[in-house]
Ligand binder design. Structure first.
Ligand code: SF4
Length: 173
């Protein structure tokens, strides 16, 4: 069972009020250009069938209860991946009065994938790290210690305030 979790993690994707940039990059990581499905990663339609919960967005007031409910519906052992800078810090929405984020105030997060948005290869690395943590947790019952993945891609050129790598769609020909 641990072998299966390590080598074929099933994901449930949840939008916590994102601008959709991170959601597009997550889907891009599963499409043939990056092809995480070839590695056994599969997007599930129900949290009850998933091992890893992938959450995007800064966690809005409307999304917070849904996130907690869905987290409870994922069977244990489970792992949470926060995709993008929004769930980690609320990012560019930091002063909004509609927010309840960051995400780790509400559910335990195992892996943070930084970027605005992160590139698909960074998302795949984050999911692989979560699968590794999940398999170890299933075998040894290890506690939750968040991992922050390194930025993937060229450094921010200073033209914006985000400090993140440009999106994959900008980098592609
Ligand atoms: S991290 Fe950037 S791309 Fe992702 S949801 Fe937030 S603002 Fe959008």
């Amino acid at each position: 069972m641990c072998y299966s979790r390590r080598h074929s993690p099933w994901l449930f994707h949840m939008n916590g009020g994102s601008c959709n940039g991170c959601d597009i990059e997550l889907i891009a990581s599963l499409t043939p250009r990056y092809d995480a499905e070839q590695l056994g990663v599969r997007l599930e339609g129900s949290p009850r069938h998933a091992d890893i919960l992938c959450i995007t967005g800064p966690v809005t007031h409307n999304a917070v209860n849904a996130i907690k409910t869905v987290y409870g519906q994922v069977c244990g052992p489970k792992a949470v991946v926060a995709i993008g800078s929004c769930p980690a810090t609320t990012n560019v929405f930091i002063d909004s009065r509609t927010l309840e984020g960051p995400l780790n105030l509400h559910v335990p997060v195992d892996v943070f994938v930084p970027g605005c948005p992160p590139r698909p290869d960074a998302i795949i690395q984050g999911v692989a790290k979560a699968a590794e943590i999940l398999a170890e947790r299933a075998a040894k019952k290890i506690p939750i210690v968040p991992v922050v993945m390194p930025l993937v891609g060229p450094p921010c050129n200073g033209a914006c305030a985000c400090g993140s790598a440009p999106s994959s769609t900008e980098a592609q020909p």
